[in-house]
Design a protein around this ligand. Sequence first.
Ligand code: PHE
Length: 348
Amino acid sequence: MDLKDRLTELKAKALSEIDTVEDLKKINEIRVNLLGKKGPITEVLRGMKDLSKEERPVVGSLANKVRDELTEAITQRREKLEIIKTARKLEKEKIDVTLPGVPVKAGQPHIIMQVIDQLEKLFLGMGYQVVDGPEVEEDHYNFEMMNLPKDHPARDMQDTFYITEQILMRTQTSPVQARTMEKHDFTKGPLKMISPGKVYRRDTDDATHSHQFHQVEGLVIDKHITMADLKGTLQIIARTVFGDEREIRLRPSYFPFTEPSVEVDVSCFKCEGKGCAVCKHTGWIEVLGAGMVHPNVLTMAGVDSEIYGGFAFGLGPDRFAMLKYGVDDIREFYLNDVRFLSQFAQKG
Ligand code: PHE
């Protein structure tokens, strides 16, 4: 058989083989066998040395053509097989998007943050600003500016963690009062602010004491602010947190930075004032401290106490949350036990 016929036959056989192969591995074998160094085409090319001068280019170009055609056929078949393979794989791995997914457990804000959020919303709605103050505070702001000079006996009750002699972990959010008053431009209008945050005291932890807890400070300074404004505001707080039926009661008290000062009780939400374990059978629960801002505090912060005055209050969201949700140990809030915390999923 001459070389040209061999090439034609070879091509026909190879093409039918390529067309019927179903396997990617096999098509690779075919390629190596047909086009490789030991393959039939190479063999034909090698035999060309025995051909006449005229025949050589004819056979040569035919051989090249056959090789190109086979290469192309192999490439196309391989692509087709690859597409089939992917399609089969997709078929097998098909996912049913209607199946229920793996549930992602949504968390919720910490219960104390929920109480703070509720108060922030309330006060923002009444035109107050929410101010942040530093937890690492200067003695100057924490005590001096709050009318608690060195050696003032009331400092003892708030003994705390000192960083240096002049720097400490703040014992109350009240220093934010002074910081905010100093910056406020009273020609532009009244100052109305709340400041929530962490405070620290060197207390021995027990069911009602934690060395770190929270406060929300409140301060209003303007002309003609009276104790009636304070009382109205306190009543709104009590009713928002503890229910619309609540009454409040003010008892005289003492804070160095307010004069007069009051302790604020709210009528018991558990027994409606009849007397129960929550209110220790008095019908009233003590919830916060407040008073009219002391003139010394105004003067020290650069506010003219002859023209301006106002009220301040300080409440404990930890205590609010304990009362509201019947939590009997403040330490629960800080143990980070999900079984405890997840009971207070926020509604809505
Ligand atoms: N800072 C006071 C405390 O920690 C609370 C308070 C604030 C009282 C503002 C009156 C006015 O006990």
